[in-house]
Ligand binder design. Structure first.
Ligand SMILES: Cc1cc2nc3c(=O)[nH]c(=O)nc-3n(C[C@H](O)[C@H](O)[C@H](O)COP(=O)(O)OP(=O)(O)OC[C@H]3O[C@@H](n4cnc5c(N)ncnc54)[C@H](O)[C@@H]3O)c2cc1C
Length: 308
């Protein structure tokens, strides 16, 4: 069985940053890219808020830069999916592609989180062309325009408020007659004049050929449908962290986010660290993922040097 010092799982901003730092510290990390080499940013177009790119950058191009930098530093980047782990004892065992196992002294988990979608064909077709699951990432592109948002939790409320500062009107579609969000967030939303609520309502269709031009909203009590012209359509119905394979070993919250000791990347198992969206349900940005990848590499490097 192959033995390594540090195995990094995932190739988004968190994983690659961890690889850059670990490689430069002489740890010789092995990184498995998973099903989406480059992570979530490979499915977006322009990224305008990652520092260092004064003119913005295409998401896929930026992730190629991350990978090149990690490779140049000496990280061993590999295709492959981690299909099972055994964290019962150190050294830890990790199964790749259901085919073989690797033994590793430490692990950095940076497997990200995936946005939940409504499942409409139009939503999928127009994803990246007006459909988005991240107001902080894409809201700016709709400055001075009308947008719609679906969701009823705290995140949806926060995103609606964020959008209300940029957009002329935010049409908020809520399935029930009330929101799930905390009372204080609901009050803030309801007090905001340019957020228009659609209670007991669902998205019937996102409208537009090549880019979003509107949304058809259906009242689920009366079956009445209205078409509202919007340029952006935001889905804020939650995220699912990619943490299923670690269940039973690592402490997680009810949604499946890995719990780390505040201010560190340490999980409940010594030698296993977590970085990026898989442990962050609040910020979920490329720069915060990269920052926590750096923390995880430094934590892993210190753990390994204390052991040897
Ligand atoms: C459409 C879209 C646009 C966005 N725009 C912006 C933006 O403009 N600015 C911004 O800051 N943020 C943006 N974000 C958010 C940003 O992409 C994420 O916050 C960031 O990518 C999180 O990085 P990560 O490294 O934690 O995980 P991810 O980027 O999600 O990467 C996870 C990685 O883990 C791998 N993986 C998962 N499971 C396994 C496994 N079992 N074995 C091996 N590998 C595995 C995947 O293949 C992937 O490589 C956007 C997100 C989306 C979806």
């Amino acid at each position: 069985m192959e033995k390594v010092q540090l195995l990094i799982i995932g190739s988004g901003p968190a994983g690659y940053t961890a690889a850059i730092y670990a490689a430069r510290a002489g740890v010789k990390p092995v990184l498995y890219q998973g099903i989406q080499p480059g992570g979530q940013l490979t499915i977006t177009t322009e990224v305008e808020n990652y520092p260092g790119y004064a003119d913005g950058v295409q998401g896929p191009e930026m992730m190629v830069h991350f990978e090149k930098q990690a490779t140049r530093m000496g990280a061993d980047i590999r295709y492959g999916i981690v299909t099972k782990v055994d964290f019962n004892a150190s050294p830890f065992k990790v199964e790749i592609d259901e085919e073989f196992w690797i033994e590793t002294e430490s692990v950095i988990i940076s497997t990200g989180a995936s946005a939940k979608w409504l499942g409409l064909e139009s939503e999928q077709r127009l994803n990246g062309f007006g459909v988005s699951a991240c107001a902080v990432c894409d809201g700016f592109f709709f400055k001075g325009k009308e947008v719609a948002i679906v969701g009823a939790g705290d995140t949806a409320a926060e995103e609606a408020l964020y959008l209300s500062k940029l957009c002329t009107t935010v049409h908020m579609i809520v399935r029930k007659g009330e929101m799930r969000a905390s009372k204080v967030m609901q009050d803030r939303v309801l007090r905001t004049e340019n957020i228009k609520m659609y209670w007991n309502s669902e998205t019937d269709e996102v409208l537009g050929e090549n880019k979003v031009s509107g949304v058809r909203i259906k009242n689920n009590q009366t079956n009445e449908k209205v078409e509202v012209p919007v340029s952006g359509f935001f889905v804020a119905i939650g995220h699912k962290p990619n943490s299923d394979i670690f269940k039973g070993f690592l402490e997680m919250d009810e949604a499946g986010y890995i719990i780390t000791t505040p201010g560190t990347s340490k999980t409940n198992i010594e030698g296993v660290f977590a970085a990026g969206d898989v442990q962050d349900k609040i910020y979920r940005q490329a720069v915060t993922a990269a920052g926590s990848g750096c923390m995880a590499a430094l934590d892993a490097e210190r753990y390994l040097s204390a052991k040897h």
